[in-house]
Design a protein around this ligand. Structure first.
Ligand code: ATP
Length: 140
């Protein structure tokens, strides 16, 4: 089995899509191994999306991602990374509504920024993102 990191972004929580999304997740055969609701601060978002730090949309992305709480989950199933990416649909929710009408972003996203959910894009990203948010508390 494989693990991936899923996140319901602030617009998803504000829009009360959490239960609908969780139902889709469980109906699709994933188990939810871990979850936490957290209001991300600026530094955490900047670090999580560091790869986009030079993009023109970065300041706006940081505003969006700190605009309210997010729900972060570790999902597990065979082929979890690719299957969750397929289920969320394209980054731009406007496109998703046309090309992937059954995707989660088509259901609850708005545009290329406000797109409701996140999913790790590779197993390497999944491992990095899971330890980023769920670092085991070690007895140092
Ligand atoms: P995520 O990493 O959140 O699952 P993704 O892999 O589909 O999304 P990325 O290209 O990694 O998309 O972009 C990360 C996030 O940055 C997007 O989910 C979106 O919120 C925001 N973003 C991406 N492209 C744009 C854009 N052109 N304009 C505004 N925001 C954008």
């Amino acid at each position: 089995k494989e693990k991936t990191l899923a996140m319901i972004k602030p617009d998803g929580l504000f829009g009360s899509y959490t239960n609908a999304i969780k139902e889709i997740i469980l109906d699709s055969g994933f188990s939810i191994c871990k979850e936490m609701t957290i209001h991300l601060d600026e530094d955490t978002v900047k670090s999580f999306y560091a790869v986009h730090s030079s993009k023109s949309f970065f300041p706006s992305l940081v505003n969006y991602m700190t605009s309210g709480p997010v729900l972060i989950m570790v999902l597990e199933k065979v082929n979890a990374v690719a299957d969750w990416r397929a289920m969320i649909g394209p980054t731009d929710a406007r496109k998703a509504k046309v090309t992937h009408p059954n995707s989660i972003r088509a259901m609850c996203g708005l545009d290329s920024q406000t797109n409701c959910v996140h999913g790790s894009d590779s197993s390497e990203s999944a491992a990095r993102e899971i330890s980023f948010f769920f670092k085991e508390a070690s007895s140092a």
